[in-house]
Structures are given as C-alpha cells and as structure tokens.
Design a protein around this ligand. Structure first.
Ligand SMILES: Cc1cc2nc3c(=O)[nH]c(=O)nc-3n(C[C@H](O)[C@H](O)[C@H](O)COP(=O)(O)OP(=O)(O)OC[C@H]3O[C@@H](n4cnc5c(N)ncnc54)[C@H](O)[C@@H]3O)c2cc1C
Length: 533
C-alpha cells in the first residue's frame, strides 16, 4: 500500500489490523476523520497451500518468522501471524461470548480470576453488534449457562451433520446441554439455516489454523477492513509498516506520533491526535516497554509497573475420540458445552468449556499419538480419521504478575509463562468428559492432538494471548482506565486482548471485537463527526 499522500498527521492512528485494531479503526472512520491503520504484515496470499495441512501445520508456512525466549531463556517460535487481519486470518472462527459470571470474581482451585470494571450487561449491546459485524451463525437461548442477548444472531446456527446430531442427542440423554457453536462463517443457506450446495464452508473441513482462500471465513480482513476501506475514503491502510516506538510530548502526557519502519526499510514518523495500539497482547506490551523515555523510564504507560504482567492464554487441549461408528462429518465445528464451566457436582471449582474442532485428517493424526489407536494398530490413518471426533477443551488460567512479557538486553522478547497455572481444572475437565464419552462407547480410544506448533514449548501456544495491560479503576494496579485509555496518557488507547483482567474459558475474540466497538464509540464521541450526514 502506498504512503497516503498529503500530510503525515492523522486524527487517529491505529497500530495493528487484527480484530481489535480493525474494528476500532472502522468504527472511528465513520466520523469522517482521517484514520490510518499501520500493519507490519501484508495481505495473506490466496493460494492452494491455504488448505494444505502439511503447509499450514508441518511447514508453518503462514506463521511469523519470529523468535521469543521463554522463562529459561530458551528460544521458541510463537504462534503469531503478521497479516492484514492479524491472527484472525487463521483462527477457528468460533466467536463465543464470555459468561456473565466471568465479569465478576471467580474462585478457581489455584487462585482468583479478578472481576472486570464493567459487567456483562455493560458489554452485552457490543456483543450483539460484534456478532452481526462478523456474520456469526448461532442461536441464543440454547445454552442455559449463557447470558441473555438483546438481539438474535443475524444468521441461524450451522446445522449439525448427522453424526454430530447423534452425538448432541446422546449428550442430552446424559443430562448435558449441548448448544450450537457460534461460528463466524459466511454460508449460503436456505430458510432453515441449512447450508445449500453452493456453500463453500460446508464442503470444507479447513477451519482451525487454515486461511480461507474463498473469504468464506469472517476474519478481520474480510468482515471489517475491506468493507471499511471501500466505504470510507478517509480511512487508509499501510502494510509492511512496523511501529517501532511511540513518541510523546516533552511533558510525557500525550503521544504525539509513532516512529515506524516503512516497507523500503527507511524510518519515518507519523503524528496523530489519538493513537490506538492493537498489536496483540504480547507485542503491544513489548512496544510500550520499548517506548521508554526520560518521562516514562520503565516503559510508556507503565507507572504502575503492570505493563507486560498478568499474561493470560488459556489452558487448552485438543482431544480426539475414536468411535467404531464412522464419522463422515465434513464441517464438524457445530457443537459446544458449558456444563462444566462453573463449580458443580463434578468439582467444587470451575473446569471449563468444550467445543468441537475441525475434523482431524490423516496428516494430523499421524502427528498425534498413534499408540492410542491400539484397536486398529495397522489401520491406515485415513480410515482411522474416518472414525475420529475432535474436541477442544479450554480451562481458565489465573493472572499472575510474574507471568509476563519483558525485553531482554538485546531488545528481543521474553515471555515468562509460569508453569502449572490452574492446570488441574483442565485435567479434571478431560477426565470428566472422557467419562461421558465412555458411556457413549468412545473413551477407551481417546488421544490428544498437537494442533498447532506448541508440542515442544508450551509458551509457544500464544493463540489466545491476553491480559498484559489490564483495564481497571485504580491506576496503581491497572494500565488502562475503563475506556481502555492509558491512565498515564491523555490520548493512548489499547484495543487488543491486552485489556482483559481475566480471560474466562471461552475463545477471546468476540470479546475483543465487542470491546473494540465500545472503545471505538468512545473515541468517535471524543473526536466528533465531520462531513458525514
Ligand atoms: C490457529 C488459531 C486459531 C484461533 N481460533 C480462534 C477461535 O476459533 N476463536 C477465537 O475467538 N479466537 C481464536 N484465535 C485467537 C484470535 O486469532 C485472536 O484472539 C485475535 O486474532 C486477537 O486479535 P487482536 O486484535 O488482539 O490481535 P492480533 O490478531 O494478534 O493482531 C495484531 C496485529 O498487529 C500487527 N502488529 C504487531 N506488531 C506490530 C507493529 N509493531 N507494527 C504494526 N503492526 C503490528 C500484527 O501483524 C497483527 O496483524 C485463534 C488464534 C489462532 C492462532
């Protein structure tokens, strides 16, 4: 993308085009004010390899060529994707609301997930807007544990294929409450929500980790950036442009500009009245630390010493169950369960959330644990894959000040993830669910699947990163105020997942989008609307 012509001063400058940055930029652009989005990556190419398991998981073709260092200073490659649209280019498109209880204090086995400075009711209207913006297909009211919704989804849920409908019926017979997993996909469907034959998604099992060359997955590029660029000539995007430092006025109260590296490698400074940081929870914290100055010696917005701390990222497990009943399902991501989300008869503490994954293929099963396939040791993997059912189990981790992002002396990033944080919840969730699957004739044959790149390094599982610049009312214990403006600065906002004081046990992105709309409304009001009737 060319450098926008004219002057280099913008009303609002947004760093990062993931779901957070894209959503706020698009909302603020509605004011008619000049808005610039900066993105370090380019557009993800649409090509055959988008759907190749080997290219995506084996060669990590689309994963950023990045090195972080863990707690013991060992290098690892994080699960990051530098593209227009950010990590949503490869996300699994499950867009789920946090539960109302997640906004209050939650007691876990290993500690407390703190309360948010706002409630589910405060966030609810933004959840409804976020669901519409990202074409989420779902059905409110099915999950008895979910909060109420003020609006229906725009689209009915993606229907279960027969094997998953059978599973749903069986789970209900066990007293559980399966519901349709809300999915951000674009289906061509009939009046009953059934995908019609020309629907690309329903013939496709390439969701988790795969980019969609057809644009059928609603990611930040297809759902927000392209439509917003088309609608608002006052909105610009610069790709392959990396923000290096945020600059402040001499008093240190306002961000005046952003020092960047342009696509040709040359340095440049853009100035702006309002700066919105949305580089992802880890990289936003690193950029603030990197922007230390005389007036902010410990990093920008860091008078509380909280920047980079309380890193969150979920305890996750991909579980494959093998049944003698064939599973010819193509689009498997249609079912979820919250029956173990809160303390219950199963355990006195919360365990977590369960949802379907995309279908394992032969290649992914080979990379799993074939020892578990004792019932069919010589079976070809393709045939075995025809019997597998894939689940994603998530439990909450607890914010800890020493789970944190820091800069090493050479400026590289250290992600010190403290081990064993509330992991018993996940173990118990797995055992409890396997107990249910046993009753359905599956559990003697379960296995875990290493879905992404984090087989060797747990810290590399950065997909659900959050919490490095939490929002709150007390500037001594939080980085951002309730509007996600830095306490220490007059005009710096953060709208990626870094604002979250706790992460719950469901996928984070719908909450990031809802919050980005909320902050976008606030910034739009602050800067005012011009030239728009
Ligand atoms: C494989 C995978 C599957 C997932 N599945 C799901 C799912 O099903 N449901 C769900 O809710 N979530 C899912 N997620 C998580 C989801 O992708 C993230 O929560 C979401 O993308 C975070 O949005 P964000 O705006 O906070 O940041 P990001 O998406 O990380 O975007 C940050 C952007 O900032 C850019 N950037 C970084 N540094 C700079 C800089 N210095 N200058 C300029 N630009 C910069 C990056 O290139 C990137 O584009 C998944 C993630 C992965 C990796």
């Amino acid at each position: 993308m060319p450098v926008p012509s004219g002057n280099d001063h913008f009303d609002v400058l947004v760093i990062g085009t993931g779901p957070g940055g894209a959503t706020t930029a698009a909302r603020v652009a509605e004011t008619g004010r000049r808005v610039l989005m900066l993105e370090r990556g380019g557009f993800l190419p649409r090509e055959r390899d988008n759907w190749s398991s080997r290219a995506v998981f084996g060669d990590a073709k689309y994963t950023a060529d990045e090195t972080f260092y863990d707690l013991h200073d060992r290098p690892f490659r994080p699960e990051l994707h530098y593209y227009v649209g950010g990590n949503s280019k490869v996300y699994g498109a499950a867009l789920v609301r946090l539960l109302p209880t997640d906004f209050g204090e939650v007691q876990h086995r290993d500690g407390v997930a703190p309360a948010w400075p706002l409630s589910y009711d405060d966030m609810e209207p933004y959840y409804a807007r976020a669901e519409h913006l990202f074409s989420v297909h779902g059905k409110h009211g099915e999950d008895p544990y979910a909060g109420v919704s003020s609006k229906d989804y725009k689209y009915p849920p993606v229907q279960h294929e027969p094997r998953i409908q059978e599973l749903s019926d069986d789970l209900e017979k066990l007293g559980l409450h399966p519901f349709h997993l809300p999915m951000a996909v674009r289906l061509t469907q009939d009046a009953h929500g059934r995908a019609t034959t020309d629907s690309p998604c329903i013939r496709c099992d390439r969701v988790d980790g795969f980019p969609c060359p057809l644009g059928a997955k609603a990611d930040a590029e297809s759902a927000v950036i392209r439509p917003a660029l088309a609608a608002h000539p006052n909105l610009s995007l610069m790709t392959s442009t990396t923000a290096e430092r945020l600059l402040t006025d001499p008093g240190g109260r306002s961000v005046t500009g952003v020092a960047v590296t342009l696509p040709d490698g040359s340095p440049h400074v853009f100035t702006a009245d309002v700066v919105v940081l949305a580089a992802g929870a880890i990289l936003s914290a690193a950029l603030l630390l990197r922007s230390a100055s005389d007036t902010h010696p410990h990093g920008l917005a860091n008078s509380s010493d909280m920047v980079g701390r309380n890193y969150l990222r979920h305890n996750n497990l991909a579980l494959i169950a093998f049944s003698r009943v064939p599973n010819p399902t193509v689009f498997q991501k249609t079912l979820a369960l919250n029956d173990f989300y809160a303390a219950s008869d199963h355990w006195q503490y919360p365990m977590g959330h369960i949802q379907m994954l995309g279908k394992s293929d032969e290649w992914q099963l080979k990379g799993a644990a074939p020892r578990a396939l004792g019932w069919a040791p010589s079976a070809p993997y393709g045939e075995v894959a025809g019997h597998s059912i894939d689940f994603w189990l998530t439990s909450e981790d607890i914010p800890r000040p020493d789970s944190r992002v820091t800069l090493r002396p050479d400026g590289t990033i250290r992600l010190a993830l403290q081990p064993g944080n509330n992991t018993e919840a996940l173990t118990r969730l797995r055992r409890t669910f396997e107990g249910m699957l046993t009753k359905l004739g599956m559990a003697d044959m379960t296995s875990t699947r290493s879905l992404y790149l984090h087989k060797a390094f747990d810290a590399a599982a950065t997909a659900h990163q959050a919490g490095t610049a939490r929002f709150g009312t007390d500037p001594a214990t939080s980085v951002l105020d309730v509007h996600c403006k830095a306490h220490d600065l007059d005009n710096l906002y953060l709208v990626d997942s870094s604002f979250m004081p706790s992460i719950g046990a469901v996928n984070p992105t719908l909450t990031i989008i809802a919050n980005a709309l909320r902050v976008g409304d606030h910034i739009a009001e602050r800067i005012g609307t011009i030239g728009v009737s």
